[in-house]
Design a protein around this ligand. Structure first.
Ligand code: NI
Length: 259
């Protein structure tokens, strides 16, 4: 397969400490043409930019994840805003709400999310949204700020997916569509218009079947493209091709690197 664009990865994490460079260097031969490495706090956002500086096909998203909102300081917001100006930072993310783990008080998550949505809109940069068991509050804030962006690792219903698409946003799908017990992700994959779909790994997490439980990497996206092709009755390569085009449309700063 070719033209695989992984719109959500975490190659900075310790799971890649022993062989990060080997894995990344092997990906172009596996058909990977681009990766967006997502920060979850100021430090990992900086690490994402470092990877982007070291590899032509790696780009960064910078932002504060809801599970990292606990230690957030006022200075972190202008700092993230500064990182967005880097030519290889193509999005603000990942940001959002996580009511599944609920490690961080909801009011702090909401404040951290809302402040970053304000930055995204004022800087006119797309957002990468993490929403786990928080669809109501997430949608309310997306409707309020109307950012460009993607709902990553989408876990909601078709009804919620329709609202996201109606807001002009994209839906990111990964390993979850391949899981044996997958019902909602399969319904969502079937519904999402091809021009609103993005492929992603969320690696090292969420490896697709038949690699489920193993450490994920961008080369495994082919299993996701195959499954979506099966669901939508289209050729898996067309899934990869169209999703790659969609990434270039949403993440506008990519364009100068792909001409
Ligand atoms: Ni992630």
């Amino acid at each position: 397969m070719k033209n695989i664009f992984d719109t959500h990865a975490h190659y900075n994490t310790e799971q890649f400490d022993t062989d990060r460079n080997e894995i990344l260097a092997s990906l172009p031969d596996a058909g990977i043409v681009g990766i967006i490495n997502c920060g979850t706090d100021v430090l990992s956002s900086r690490e994402s930019l470092k990877l982007a500086e070291n590899y032509d096909f790696v780009f960064a998203a910078c932002g504060i994840h809801p599970e990292d909102a606990q230690g957030v300081k006022d200075d972190d917001f202008p700092e993230i805003e500064g990182l967005l100006k880097h030519e290889k930072c193509v999005a603000l993310g990942e940001i959002g709400l996580d009511y599944y783990y609920d490690f961080v008080p909801r009011d702090l998550q909401l404040e951290t999310f809302e402040r970053q949505l304000q930055i995204a809109v004022s800087c006119d940069i797309p957002v990468i949204i993490h929403d786990r068991e928080a669809h109501g509050d997430t949608l309310r804030l997306l409707k309020k700020y109307k950012p460009k962006g993607v709902m990553h690792c989408f876990s909601g219903s078709v009804e919620t997916a329709k609202e996201i698409v109606n807001l002009g946003m994209y839906i990111g799908l990964g390993g979850a569509v391949t899981f044996k017990n997958a019902v909602k992700p399969v319904e969502v994959a079937s519904y999402v218009p091809m021009d609103r779909l993005l492929l992603e790994t969320d690696c090292p997490y969420m490896a697709p079947v038949p690699k489920r439980g193993k450490r994920n990497n961008s080369a495994y996206i082919e299993f996701v493209a195959e499954k979506i092709g099966e669901i939508k009755k289209i050729n898996p390569q067309s899934v990869a091709d169209e999703c790659c085009q969609n990434a270039l449309i949403l993440f506008e700063k990519l364009n100068k690197f792909y001409r």
